[in-house]
Design a protein around this ligand. Structure first.
Ligand code: HEM
Length: 434
C-alpha cells in the first residue's frame, strides 16, 4: 500500500532525530531541496511521524484549523517533564481555552504599558554595569536581564532572596542536554548522575514556587498588585471560572518564567550582533532610540527574528485523519510549521540572507510568511511583551553605547541550545560610550 506520507529520508529514526535537534539549520533546507516544500521526518521522542510545511497557504491552513482537530498541547508533550501537565503549552481544547482566558489579561495592551517602566529601570541597571572598550557577551547579559524582567513581572514585589535563589536554578532547568532528554524517555534513569541532579534542581524550584504561592495567597493587597501571580490568584471572581489550584499555578508560572526569558534574550542578542555588523543601521537605530521611534526599533528586532528564528517550528498533532496541504494524513501525525524554512523562502523575502529591517516598515512582509511567534489560537501569549521588552532594551543600549565587533572576529553561527537558536559564540561585542 502506498504510504500516506509525503516523501522523506529513509535514514534510521535516531539519526533523523539527532540531526533535527542539533543540526536543523542544515537538515531542513537540505530536505526541502531534495523532497520539495512538504516532507516527512521521524524524530522520536518529538514525533514518530512529523510532516514539515512552510508554504504560506499551508501555514494559513494549519493555524486557522479547528483546535479540536489539531492539538498543539499534544504536539508539545516533550516539554511535559519541565512545564507540568497544566501548562498553557501542554493543554488542549477546553482546558487550553480556560487557561488562556485566565492568563490573557496579564498580557493585554494596558498591562504591557504598565510593565514598561520596570523594564526600562532593569535595562538601565544592566547597561550601567557595562565597561566600555571591553567585550560584552551579549547572550549571557541578555539572559540575565530577561530573567530578572520576567521574574519581576511574574512575581511583582517579592524579596530579593527568592529571586536570587530562583535565578540559577531556572538557568539549570532549561539547560537540557540530549543526555537529560534521554531521562524523559527512560524514567528509571532519574536515580542516577545527571538525571538525579536535574530532578533535584526541579524539586528545589518547585519548593520555591509553592512557598511563594502560599505566601501570596495570604497577602491582603492582591487587588492593588499588577503582577501575574497576584492577577492569577484573583481570577474566577469576575469570569465565573474555578480558581486555579496550587499545582495549576506552579505549571503556569514555570511556563511563563521559562518560555519568557531565553527566547527574548536570544532575539536581543542576535539583534545587537547584527547592529554591531551594520554601522549604518546602528546609526539609524541610535537616532530612532534618541527620538523615541519605537517602530524602527521594533523593525530591527523583527528582522533579526526573521533571519535568525529563535524557535524553529511549531507542532500540532492530528486528532483524526485529515487533509492538510493536499495530503491525507493519518491521526497521530505531527504537523510542523517550519518557521525556519518559511523565513528563508526567496518568494517571501528577496535577498533573504540580508539583514534589512526596512522590510518591516515598507509593508513588504506578506501574511503567513513571518511566524516567529507561531499562530492561530496558540500564537505566543508573550509576543507583545517580548517586542515591548526588546524595544525598551534596545533603546537603553543604543542611546548609551556604540557597538562593534572585535577586529578579525569570526562570524556568528546558529546554534540550538535547549530549544532556542542562539549565536554559537554568544555574540560578543565591544561597546564604547557615546
Ligand atoms: C522572542 C521571544 C519569543 C519567541 C520567539 C516565542 C515563540 C513562541 C512560539 C513559536 C510559540 C508556539 C506558538 C504556536 O504553537 O503557534 C510560543 C508559545 C508560547 N509562548 Fe512564546 N515566544 C517568545 C516570548 C515569550 C514570552 C516573553 C512569554 C511569556 C511572558 C512567552 C510565553 C509563551 C507561552 C505561554 C506560549 C504557549 C501559548 C499557547 O499554547 O497558547 N513567550 N512562543
Amino acid at each position: 500500500m502506498r504510504s500516506p506520507y509525503p516523501p522523506g529520508p529513509r535514514w534510521p529514526a535516531a539519526v533523523q532525530s539527532l540531526l533535527f535537534q542539533r543540526h536543523r539549520a542544515w537538515l531542513l533546507p537540505t530536505m526541502a531541496r531534495r523532497y520539495g516544500d512538504v516532507f516527512a521526518l521521524r524524530v522520536p521522542p518529538y514525533a514518530d511521524k512529523l510532516v514539515v510545511f512552510s508554504r504560506p497557504e499551508h501555514i494559513k491552513e494549519i493555524f486557522a484549523a479547528d483546535p479540536t482537530d489539531l492539538h498543539a498541547g499534544e504536539g508539545n508533550q516533550v516539554l511535559g517533564p519541565v512545564m507540568g501537565e497544566h501548562s498553557l503549552l501542554l493543554v488542549d481544547e477546553g482546558e487550553h481555552a480556560r487557561a488562556r482566558r485566565l492568563l490573557m489579561p496579564a498580557f493585554s495592551g494596558a498591562a504591557l504599558r504598565g510593565y514598561r517602566d520596570l523594564v526600562a529601570e532593569l535595562a538601565k541597571a544592566e547597561v550601567d554595569r557595562w565597561n566600555t572598550k571591553t567585550e560584552v557577551i551579549t547572550l549571557d547579559r541578555m539572559n540575565a536581564l530577561t530573567l530578572e524582567v520576567i521574574m519581576r513581572v511574574v512575581f511583582g514585589v517579592t524579596d530579593q532572596h527568592t529571586r536570587d535563589q530562583l535565578a540559577p536554578r531556572l538557568h539549570r532547568m532549561v539547560d537540557i542536554s540530549p543526555i537529560v532528554l534521554l531521562g524523559w524517555v527512560i524514567p528509571g534513569l532519574y536515580r542516577f548522575g545527571p538525571w538525579k541532579r536535574f530532578n533535584h534542581n526541579q524539586s528545589e524550584v518547585d519548593a520555591l514556587l509553592y512557598a511563594e504561592i502560599a505566601h501570596r495567597r495570604r497577602a491582603t493587597d492582591l487587588g492593588e498588585r499588577t503582577d501575574v501571580l497576584s492577577r492569577l490568584l484573583q481570577v474566577g471572581s469576575e469570569t465565573g471560572d474555578a480558581p486555579l489550584t496550587d499545582a495549576e499555578l506552579r505549571d503556569q508560572l514555570i511556563t511563563l518564567l521559562l518560555a519568557g526569558h531565553e527566547t527574548t534574550a536570544a532575539a536581543l542578542s542576535w539583534t545587537l550582533y547584527e547592529l554591531a555588523r551594520h554601522p549604518g543601521l546602528q546609526h539609524d537605530g541610535y537616532v530612532a532610540a534618541r527620538d523615541g521611534d519605537d517602530k524602527f526599533l521594533e523593525a530591527l528586532l523583527k528582522e533579526s527574528m526573521r533571519l535568525h528564528p529563535v524557535i524553529a517550528s511549531t507542532a500540532r498533532k492530528l486528532t483524526r485523519n485529515q487533509e492538510i496541504g493536499g495530503w491525507q494524513l493519518p491521526a497521530g501525525t505531527v504537523v510542523n510549521t517550519s518557521i525556519l524554512l518559511a523565513h528563508q523562502r526567496s518568494e517571501s523575502y528577496p535577498d533573504r540572507w540580508t539583514y534589512r529591517p526596512s522590510r518591516f516598515l515598507d509593508n513588504e512582509v506578506e501574511p503567513n510568511t513571518w511566524l516567529p511567534f507561531g499562530g492561530g489560537v496558540r500564537r505566543c501569549i508573550g509576543a507583545g511583551f517580548s517586542l515591548m521588552e526588546g524595544t525598551v532594551v534596545l533603546r537603553e543600549v543604543l542611546t548609551r553605547y556604540s557597538l562593534a565587533l572585535r577586529t578579525g572576529s569570526e562570524p556568528e553561527r546558529e546554534y540550538v541550545r535547549n530549544i532556542t537558536n542562539v549565536p554559537r559564540r554568544r555574540a560578543r561585542i565591544v561597546v564604547a560610550a557615546r
